[in-house]
Structures are given as structure tokens and as C-alpha cells.
Design a protein around this ligand. Structure first.
Ligand code: C5P
Length: 399
């Protein structure tokens, strides 16, 4: 039930806006109060009159409506609700949100709010799959915005594929789950992410191409299910997720110390691409270029954080998940790695350059558990993360 809850419902300008009417009805049936806001484009699809009648409340439309400002300023309006819900979230609204634009009432409320935000995207399949929308989606999930859908199917524009807005029943279920705390409420999860940098001297280091995108998406997905997340990250390219405890590290040794300090945890996900080796003796001053004399670097092995935490007899997380980036024989190598590291699961992916996975927005993984290998279809890193987080929640519930 949603009794006592208030939803600030922002209706975007897309053909799916008609489903916002049914969503209002269902939210109210469940006991929620709905404060509706329509964008200018939304008013081309649904009228303030029908929205207001269904919500039983005043409909807000314009940023510069002085009557509204006299009654309730836009900042105050952005704070009245337990959840800000965007139905439908158009490509344009998502882009505005990702950029932090505030040119109208809806985008201003989204920028000013301090309450959780949930968006329900709906757009043409090409628009959904466009690299710009993919980037905006990654930014928004990193910022802590919850995303429901889209579904796949026939669209009003006559095309077929992902982009179709989920049905009102599903939206209301997602709102109820968001407001009641997810299945990982009360659980603590450690996530490592990003590359490590291993210094050679004060200006040079050894690194790898990990962007930190998948680890960041996993931390956000676990957070969305209610987990308390400790996110230990190396110097990664992507923005840190909101709503999690971020611990910034540089080297493998720092990452090890931070990971151990984050325990106890119910689960640990080691998505970081930790450098296998470091230079034996880091030079305290910049190594000078000397004609005809090439520097010789001597390496030593870094601590294996995943293997060490998997082997803990006391304080081992109930579920330990490692990653395997492979370029060939993915299942065989990952299965061997699971045994060697002593972890419970390995999430393996093929990172050969042709796949575009390393540094890209999509991932195709194989989950190796004690029961064998499961091939997951190629999907956005955020979808892979959501599926993994849901699986972790199910497993922890059964432990
Ligand atoms: O041995 P490899 O680097 O392929 O193993 C990858 C998995 O082990 C990842 O989960 C990674 O986070 C973890 N790892 C680690 N410490 C290391 C090396 C890898 O935790 N030194």
C-alpha cells in the first residue's frame, strides 16, 4: 500500500503520456496522493483538465506561473513528495536531467529535488538505442535515479523493440518497492571497481583500460535494492555513483586495505581490474632520461584481494563474486578461475577488442556458479548490473 505517500508525478511529452492517466488512478487506489506536473509537450498529449480530475489536485505546468509561486515555490514543490516519478521519461527529458538543465518547471523540479527520483522511459527503439541516450542513462543511474523499463514490443510509431513504456501496474509495483525498501535493505555489500595505478615514479604509472562502468553500475543496482554499499574504486573514468560510501584508492595494496576495512559485509563483488604486478621499488624522484641507458623495471606480484577475502575463515562475506576478463575460452578459463580464487561466483566476459565491451556501454557475461555456466544475453551494463543485483538479493535471502 502507499497510504500517506505523496508522489510528484512529472508527465513528459510522448504518446505514452496517456498511460500516466491510468498510473494516477492506480497510485490513488493504493492510497497515494499525486501532485501532477505537465511539461509543455505533455499538454499536447493529455490535458491538465483530465490529469487534475484524476489526481484530484492542482496541476502544475509553468515555472513562471506567479500564482503557483505565491502558493508554493518551485523549490518547495520539488520537496513535497516521497518520490518524484517521471511518466513517460522521454529522450529529451532524460537528456535534460543528465545535463542538469532547468529551463522549465519539470526539469527545474528534477534538479532541485532532494527526494528519490524514478523514471519510466518511453521512446522509439532507435532513440533508446542511440549512444547519446545510452550515455544519459548511465549518467542518470550513476546519479541514483531509478529506471523502470522500458519493455520490448510494438510501438505506436510502428517499429518494434525496446523503448515501449511499461504498463501502469508495473510502474505502481516499482513505486511500492522503492518506497518500502528493497530486498537488500539492511544488507551491506562491498564492491571494488575500476583499474589500479601502480607507480613507477612520481609521474609515471602502470594502468589498464578498465573504465569502472560495470562496477559502478553494479554498486548503483545494489543500492537501488536497498543495500548499504561500500564502493572501493581505483582511478576510474566514470562518475562515482550517488548514495553509496565511496572509498578512492590508487594502488592494489590500497584497494586491499580498503576492502578488508570494509568488512564485515554480507556480499562482496570484485569488479575491479586490479594490476597483477607492481614495480618493485618505486622511485621517489622522476627517473631521468639518460641517452643510451634504458631503465629496467623489476616487477613483483600484487596481493590477490579476491583470493584473500574468499579464503578468510573468519569474516568471509556470505557471497563472494569475482570477475574474469578473458579473450578466449571464456567458460573454461572462468571456471578454472572460480576454483583457483575460491569465490562463489565468477562473472566472466569476453573482452577481446572486437566485442567493444571494455570501455563500452554494453556487456555480455557468463555467470559461473557451483551449478555451471549461464550465458546472459548482451545488454546495457546497467541491465547486467540489475540482473546481478537481483540474483545476489535472491541468494542472500536463501543463505
Ligand atoms: O586473476 P584475475 O585478475 O584475472 O582475476 C580477476 C578477478 O580477481 C576480479 O574479480 C578482480 O577484481 C580480482 N582480483 C583481485 N586482486 C588482484 C587481481 C584480481 O581482487 N590482485
Amino acid at each position: 500500500m502507499l497510504s500517506g505517500k505523496r508522489i510528484l508525478l512529472i508527465i513528459g511529452g510522448g504518446i505514452a503520456a496517456y498511460k500516466a492517466l491510468e498510473t494516477i488512478r492506480r497510485l490513488r487506489e493504493r492510497g497515494a496522493a499525486v501532485t501532477p506536473v505537465l511539461t509543455r509537450a505533455a499538454r499536447e498529449f493529455v490535458t491538465p483538465l483530465s490529469v487534475g480530475a484524476l489526481a484530484g489536485e492542482k496541476v502544475y505546468t509553468d515555472l513562471f506561473d506567479l500564482t503557483d509561486e505565491a502558493e508554493m515555490g518551485h523549490i518547495q514543490l520539488s520537496r513535497v513528495a516521497d518520490l518524484v516519478l517521471v511518466v513517460p521519461a522521454t529522450a529529451d527529458l532524460m537528456a535534460k536531467m543528465a545535463q542538469g538543465l532547468a529551463g522549465d518547471l519539470a526539469s527545474t523540479l528534477l534538479l532541485a529535488t532532494d527526494t528519490p527520483v524514478m523514471i519510466v522511459p518511453a521512446m522509439n527503439v532507435r532513440m533508446w538505442e542511440h549512444a547519446a541516450t545510452r550515455r544519459n542513462l548511465a549518467t542518470l543511474t550513476g546519479d541514483g535515479v531509478r529506471v523502470v523499463g522500458p519493455a520490448s514490443g510494438d510501438m505506436a510509431c510502428g517499429e518494434f523493440g525496446p523503448g515501449r513504456m511499461v504498463e501502469p501496474g508495473e510502474i505502481v509495483a516499482a513505486v511500492e518497492s522503492a518506497l518500502s525498501g528493497g530486498p537488500l535493505t539492511g544488507r551491506r555489500v562491498l564492491v571494488t571497481s575500476g583499474p589500479t595505478h601502480e607507480p613507477i615514479d612520481p609521474v609515471r604509472y602502470i594502468a589498464n583500460r578498465s573504465s569502472g562502468a560495470q562496477g559502478t553500475a553494479i554498486a548503483a543496482a545494489l543500492r537501488d535494492l536497498g543495500a548499504e554499499v561500500v564502493f572501493v574504486t581505483g582511478p576510474a573514468e566514470v562518475a562515482r555513483p550517488a548514495g553509496v560510501e565511496v572509498v578512492e584508492v590508487e594502488t592494489a595494496r590500497e584497494m586491499r586495505a580498503a576492502a578488508l576495512a570494509a568488512l564485515p559485509a554480507d556480499a562482496a563483488v570484485f569488479a575491479a581490474a586490479v594490476a597483477d604486478w607492481r614495480v618493485v621499488s618505486e622511485s621517489g624522484s622522476k627517473i631521468k632520461k639518460v641517452a643510451g641507458a634504458l631503465p629496467v623495471l623489476e616487477f613483483t606480484e600484487n596481493p590477490d584481494i579476491l583470493a584473500e577475502i574468499s579464503a578468510l575463515t573468519e569474516g568471509r562475506p556470505g557471497l563472494v563474486v569475482g570477475f574474469a576478463a578473458e579473450t578466449d575460452d571464456v567458460v573454461a578459463h572462468a571456471t578454472a578461475k572460480r576454483a583457483r580464487k575460491g569465490c562463489d561466483w565468477i562473472v566472466a566476459n569476453d573482452v577481446s577488442p572486437a566485442t567493444g565491451i571494455m570501455g563500452g556501454t554494453e556487456n555480455a557475461v557468463v555467470l559461473i556458479t557451483g551449478d555451471g555456466a549461464e550465458h546472459w544475453p548482451r545488454a546495457a551494463k546497467s541491465d547486467v548490473a540489475a540482473r546481478l543485483a537481483a540474483r545476489i538479493a535472491d541468494t542472500l535471502a536463501g543463505l
